[in-house]
Write a protein that binds this ligand. Structure first.
Ligand code: DAH
Length: 342
């Protein structure tokens, strides 16, 4: 039996050295030291021995057990160390290797961003600052405060995505006018860019998501002439000095008087062609002198304050300036389209 114990020890030690996997190590541990293991088996058969021999065998078996346990632990730690080292080697990055060239070139700015920046920069030069509001908006701000109370027929001018009775996806950037009037100190000049939404079947000239830029100037004494001059200056900044703008009477509940802004046709220069349907003009936005009701609704005296505003379709301006024939291209993110705007 002593011989057997010695054998178990030696075999286990030899095996230990040759093992390279943590799993195999665990198996070895169970087969020798475990409950059904070889060492336990020997101790079970001790009954046949004399009392002294029993004591001696017990002592030695314990020593063997202790030794093997320690060696197993040490080997386990060694294997873990080796594995860690291998991992580090495997994951090492040679920072001196040349980089991989990208198949596609660097990105280009979307035409909306280009137009936005041009209009904004022209206006910042006139003392404007930017302001923004949420895309998910209260009905109250999108309509009611802008002089469009519930059931007002002009609400039908814009097909609206409603979230619930009180909340909707804004149909224009005009609700930001009410937000600015309610929160900022007067006077101010703001340019307000943003994404807008309307229930529209997408086609070459309609997209259910589109971009507007609102302008709002509030002061003691502003006139239609200031509105015309401001609009003309950013139209010229975007389209060039040769392009003319004109105001044509129109209707919006939030302005009185209201106007539509046309610019001289960018294709024929005003002579008349198929793009401008022979008129020489193209429509780009709505504008007007802010309706006194809006100013009062937002908590200010309309005797004291005057304002003018506009809402320009940035997509429309981009299509005109760059000759884009289908508005959907702007939103599809196709690299072949976008790379033309570098
Ligand atoms: N919100 C209008 C639209 O989406 C455009 C507009 C017209 C904005 C007149 C204005 C404005 O601020 O004064 O059709």
């Amino acid at each position: 039996m002593f011989e057997e114990l010695k054998q178990i020890r030696e075999t286990a030690l030899a095996e230990l050295e040759s093992i390279t996997e943590a799993d195999a190590l665990n198996e070895l541990s169970t087969s020798v030291l475990g409950r059904g293991g070889k060492l336990t088996a020997i101790l079970r058969t001790m009954g046949k021995l004399s009392a002294e021999e029993r004591a001696e065998l017990g002592k030695r078996a314990n020593l063997v057990k202790q030794e093997l346990t320690e060696r197993l632990e040490a080997r386990k730690a060694q294997l873990a160390e080796l594995a860690e080292q291998k991992r580090i080697e495997r994951e090492a990055i040679d920072v001196t290797l040349p980089g991989v060239r990208r198949a596609v070139g660097a990105g280009a700015l979307n035409p909306l961003t280009l137009i936005y920046r041009e209009i904004r920069d022209a206006l910042v030069g006139l003392g404007f600052t930017t302001f923004e509001g949420p895309e998910v908006e209260y009905d109250e701000y999108n309509f009611t405060l802008l002089n469009l109370p519930p059931n007002h027929p002009a609400r039908d001018m814009q097909d609206t995505f409603y979230v619930n009775d009180k909340v909707l996806l804004r149909t224009h950037t005009s609700p930001c006018e009410a937000r600015a009037l309610k929160t900022l100190d007067l006077p101010f000049r703001l340019v307000i860019p943003g994404r807008c939404f309307r229930v529209d079947e997408p086609d070459a000239s309609h997209s259910p998501v589109f971009m507007q830029m609102e302008g709002l100037v509030v002061d003691k004494n502003v006139s239609l002439a200031d509105l015309k001059g401001t609009i003309d200056s950013f139209v010229k900044a975007v389209f060039g000095e040769n392009v003319e703008s004109r105001l044509r009477p129109s209707y919006f509940p939030f302005t009185e008087p209201s106007a539509e802004v046309d610019i001289s046709c960018t294709i024929c220069g005003g002579k008349g062609c198929s793009s401008c349907k022979g008129t020489g003009w193209m429509e780009i936005m709505g504008c007007g002198i802010t309706n006194p009701h809006e100013i009062e609704n937002c908590g200010h005296s309309s005797d004291e304050w005057r304002a003018f505003a506009w809402g320009v379709g940035v997509d429309r301006v981009a299509c005109l300036k760059y000759g884009i024939s289908d508005i959907r291209l702007i939103y599809e993110g196709d690299g072949r389209f976008l790379s033309q705007f570098k």
